[in-house]
Design a protein around this ligand. Structure first.
Ligand code: SF4
Ligand code: SF4
Ligand code: FES
Length: 327
């Protein structure tokens, strides 16, 4: 069995005694096939008993051991040290807590904000079976019906996507990818009765419409779940249910309308149509700054070659979508 000494650089911080976070270095004799979690356990048992991290199942099921390994959020129990050596070269393997959550101690983060968001967005199934029939009557979900939510059901709430989400990095109140994924999963379960209510919750401020489509959540999901497919479906659902009240929804609708009507965006009037008169007035200082830097969109737009084709494509897609929904 191939074996070598591997260096680890681990984030340490105990807010009760440390003024600032620092990094500790450890050397561990590791063999090929060992995981990052095995190394953490070894360090805790033999070298530094105060090292704090969270882990239970050790099998990629419970979602509790996510940390950042060489800067990327991953499950410690399924991440191979040998794979990370290829990443870090001669440098020590870097272990740090997840981003976008407060550190309780060392690699342990407080996941309460994620749990609160799950609670406030009804991330559970509200079955159509009356309570008195629960346990007496089966509610069968067919294979085809389950296929729609199969992949989303694999989410183990490890918070890796929460840590990697670019919107979470700028706004901690953002609903977050796992909560949107749960909303998609519940709303598309054939037993569910709360879909409309949940959709209202997820489309509120700091919700569904604030996603920037950066796809970082998809790239870093430890279960390879196509999270964005769920987010797109929720947006379609919001349009189908005509939930266009929020600013984000109006913004998206204006984009649709402009492409359908003109084949291109009318950026000058975008704030007025999205934010209304009061919201646009509040943007005057920003508009002035943009004008000084000559970054304002042109008053009159030039015709672009091929614009007719863009419109045709849009109308064709709209027709196909309508046919798909009616079939
Ligand atoms: S695509 Fe949306 S939810 Fe996913 S990481 Fe980017 S901003 Fe976050
Ligand atoms: S969507 Fe993926 S990365 Fe995000 S919490 Fe669920 S399993 Fe973890
Ligand atoms: S310890 Fe359960 S997923 Fe890693």
């Amino acid at each position: 069995m191939e074996r070598r000494e591997v260096s680890f650089r681990i984030y340490r911080y105990n807010p009760q005694v440390d003024r600032h976070p620092f990094y500790d270095n450890f050397k561990v004799a590791a063999e090929r096939g060992i995981t990052v979690l095995r190394v953490l356990n070894h360090i805790k048992e033999n070298l530094e008993p105060r090292l704090t991290f969270r882990a239970y199942c050790q099998a990629g099921i419970c979602g509790s051991c996510a940390v950042r390994v060489n800067g990327v959020s991953k499950l410690a129990c399924t991440t191979q040290v040998w794979d990370e050596l290829a990443e870090s070269g001669d440098e020590p393997i870097l272990l740090e807590p997840l981003n976008n959550l407060e550190v309780i101690r060392d690699l342990l983060v407080d996941i309460d904000p994620l749990l609160e968001k799950l609670k406030s967005n009804s991330s559970w199934l509200t079955s159509s079976i009356p309570e008195q029939q629960m346990g007496h009557k089966e509610h069968i979900v067919s294979e085809t019906e389950f296929e729609v939510i199969d992949s989303a059901s694999d989410c183990i709430l490890c918070a890796s996507c929460y840590s990697e989400c670019s919107m979470m990095g700028v706004n901690r109140r953002y609903i977050s990818p796992p909560v949107l994924l749960k909303a998609f999963r519940m709303n598309n379960d054939t037993r569910e009765t709360l879909a409309g209510e949940r959709l209202k919750q997820v489309t509120a401020d700091h919700g569904l419409w604030d996603c920037t489509h950066c796809y970082r959540c998809v790239e870093h999901c430890c279960k390879k779940i196509p999270i964005m497919d769920g987010i797109h479906r929720l947006r379609e659902e919001a349009f189908e249910r005509r939930m266009s009240g929020s600013e984000g929804a109006r913004h998206a609708q204006v984009f649709f309308d402009d492409i359908r009507d003109n084949g291109r965006l009318k950026e000058m009037t975008l704030p007025l149509r999205t934010k209304g008169v009061a919201g646009s007035l509040a943007m005057i200082p920003l508009a002035l700054k943009m004008a000084i830097k000559m970054r304002t969109p042109p008053l009159f737009t030039k015709k672009i070659p091929g614009i007719k084709r863009v419109r045709e494509l849009y109308l064709r897609l709209e027709k196909l979508n309508a046919e798909r929904q009616s079939s």
